[in-house]
Design a binder for this molecule. Structure first.
Ligand code: AMP
Ligand code: TRP
Length: 339
């Protein structure tokens, strides 16, 4: 079977583990919306609550964060009629396929994952078994839809390579061409949005400093203040990108501008070369507020209507299962389960 025989389908997921950042928005969410609107693929987007519990989540917070993430998807432009939008635990085939993949993937593959090494740290004995197996569940998320394309940020690249390895090993072990070899889609100026306090570290919801990130729920004042306080250097903006090579903080602000304005980083320099950050930051702040503040206020509005969010997720899960049930059934047949 060649790739052409699979329906072009996009899948991606975000963990409802609290707080959406500008990194999530530019690295993931905004690109999900672009792919939905381009209309070249079916688009399936998921709040991966089963992934979230690989580290401790307070149950009440998990529920709240899942609904808030759903509101974030919709406020950013995901249309639940055009895309399938749901939470992972509602579609049991994800966990069922993940078990099969736990038996396909090798311990050594998992042990090499940098996210596992970072998150488990020196205390691997105390980490959950789920955290170790996390990439097999992620492969199941993708392959239970026979998804052909997966938009993510740079940090997920290794997990997508592992997804391809799992699909290939399954196909090889059982002598089938059943699972597609999925293409990662990692592109644009903002596949790696960095901390506003340290341009060498990823912007993250878990950073102890709130000034390091822009949260999607920040209001206009907070957004402007964080950009004003962002770490920079005393040099003016150069006219060529290579002038930013050793200036990670400056490079980050240029990339953020480019992604928000939907232009290339070079185009930003063409317009702003020679400016000091004292001049450039207020321009960036104005753009960020214009693009982000309406999303934050739409999120609050949606959050006030919880029954509507719950209806959307229930309907999304029903539509998802129309795809996942037959793929799981066929997988069980291939593996030799009596049904
Ligand atoms: P997470 O919040 O870790 O579940 O990530 C959800 C999505 O956002 C994934 O596609 C990540 O690659 C992306 N993402 C998270 N943080 C960043 C960042 N700082 N820059 C770019 N993409 C990011
Ligand atoms: N592991 C991803 C992250 O932390 C979230 C995720 C889970 C995902 N399943 C996925 C992303 C499937 C893309 C496709 O960001």
């Amino acid at each position: 079977m060649t790739e052409a025989s699979f329906t072009p389908r996009v899948f991606s997921g975000i963990q409802p583990s609290g707080g959406l950042t500008l990194g999530n928005y530019l690295g993931a969410m905004k690109r999900f919306v672009d792919m939905q609107d381009a209309g070249a693929h079916e688009t399936v987007y998921c709040m991966v609550d089963l992934h979230a519990i690989t580290v401790w989540q307070d149950p009440a917070d998990l529920q709240k964060n899942t609904r808030e993430l759903a509101a974030g998807f919709i406020a950013s432009g995901i249309d639940p009629e055009k895309s399938i939008l749901f939470n992972q635990s509602r579609v049991p085939e994800h966990a069922q396929l993940a078990w099969v993949f736990n038996c396909v993937a090798r311990m050594g593959w998992m042990g090499r994952m940098t996210q596992w090494k970072d998150k488990a740290g020196k205390n691997a004995e105390q980490a959950s078994l789920g955290l170790f197996a996390y990439p097999a569940l992620m492969a199941a998320d993708i392959l239970i839809y026979h998804a052909t394309h997966v938009p993510v940020g740079e940090d997920q690249k290794q997990h997508l390579e592992l997804t391809r390895d799992i699909a290939a090993k399954f196909n090889h072990d059982f002598g089938v061409d059943f699972f597609p070899i999925t293409e990662p889609v990692i592109e644009g100026a903002a596949t790696r949005v960095m901390s506003l306090r340290d341009g060498t570290k990823k912007m993250s919801k878990s950073d102890p400093s709130d000034l390091s990130r822009i949260n999607m729920t920040d209001d206009a004042d907070a957004i402007a203040k964080k950009i004003r306080k962002a770490k920079t250097d005393p040099e003016p903006l150069p006219s060529e990108l290579k002038g930013l090579d050793d200036r990670p903080d400056a490079r980050n602000l240029v990339n953020i501008y480019a992604a928000l304005a939907e232009v290339s980083p070079q185009a930003v320099l063409d317009d702003h070369a020679g400016q000091q950050f004292g001049t450039f930051k207020p321009i960036l702040a104005e753009l960020a507020v214009e693009k982000l503040a309406p999303i934050g206020s739409e999120m609050s509005r949606l959050m006030a209507d919880q029954p509507e969010i719950d209806r959307i997720l229930a309907r999304g899960a029903e539509r998802a299962r129309e795809i996942t049930e037959p793929i799981l059934a066929k997988t069980y047949d291939i593996v030799g389960m009596v049904r």
